[in-house]
Write a protein that binds this ligand. Structure first.
Ligand SMILES: C[S@@+](CC[C@H](N)C(=O)[O-])C[C@H]1O[C@@H](n2cnc3c(N)ncnc32)[C@H](O)[C@@H]1O
Length: 239
């Protein structure tokens, strides 16, 4: 898979590309992450990429011609071009899974007041990472790239994301590690005794309980098995 990020601030992606799981995925050629400076597509000798908005108002708007040239320089017939914007489709694990199957993703980061609306003619999808406004699309692009890269085969152990929150449709069960007792707080006995059937049951129960308490909307959408329904009845009595 190849991910190309179009940004006015390429250096923001250096730590992203050179640490931990993403660094290893790049080194192992599981993913190629290219970062392209939008400013390289300015035809202005001062490398301007933005201008004041028509109709007046605060801030600067990134020009459509500059963005069009930048996008054209990197996209191919397989590319999916994503525009980072708070006005876009809300990003979630389902979309991450969908995007993780693509071969070529181009992510366009806005900045300042945003971009000339006509850029929508040159992108495939507008993506928002949540209902808040960032100064630029760079952190949003990292969120999308990171969540997609960790789903690539070989980037992490498959089992490490199979049970992740949202992958199963539920929140993940609680996790514990050594020491077994810390400051009076102990690890649930069932996780220490090595009985795998009991561990599975405990995890399913706790995952359902957490989801029911914190995200009942997820439970409503979930097709519960008879075992889960039974557990849920118990949970409702317990809390
Ligand atoms: C200050 S914001 C512009 C917001 C724009 N004026 C509006 O009200 O919709 C600058 C850039 O940050 C990025 N951005 C901000 N919030 C975002 C979010 N929640 N999701 C994705 N990108 C975001 C976009 O690329 C946007 O063009």
């Amino acid at each position: 898979m190849k991910i190309t990020i179009l940004t006015l601030f390429p250096s923001m992606f250096e730590p992203f590309r050179t640490e931990s799981i993403i660094k290893r995925a790049i080194q192992n050629q599981i993913v190629e992450v290219d970062v392209v400076d939008i400013r390289d597509f300015s035809l202005d000798k001062h490398r301007h990429v933005d201008d004041t908005p028509y109709g007046g108002g605060a801030g600067m708007v990134i020009r459509v011609d500059v963005l069009d040239r930048a996008i054209k320089s990197v996209r191919n017939e397989n590319s999916k071009v994503l525009l980072m914007t708070p006005q876009g489709r809300r990003y979630d694990q389902k979309l991450a899974e969908e995007f993780s199957k693509l071969d070529d993703i181009v992510i366009v980061c806005g900045h300042y007041e945003g971009f000339d609306e006509r850029v929508l003619n040159y992108v495939d999808e507008e993506i928002s990472i949540g209902d808040y406004v960032l100064t630029g699309g760079e952190l949003a692009a990292m969120v999308v790239a990171d969540s997609v890269i960790r789903l690539q085969k070989g980037a992490t152990k498959d089992e490490s994301h199979e049970d992740d929150s949202f992958s199963t449709g539920l929140l993940e069960y609680p996790q514990f590690t050594r020491p077994p007792l810390y400051d009076g707080f102990s690890v649930p006995e069932v996780l220490i005794n090595g009985n795998h059937a009991k561990i599975r049951e405990y995890r399913l129960y706790e995952s359902l309980k957490k989801t029911y308490i914190r995200r009942p909307d997820l439970i409503e959408k979930y097709d519960l098995t008879p075992e889960m329904n039974k557990m849920l009845e118990k949970i409702k009595k317990e809390i």
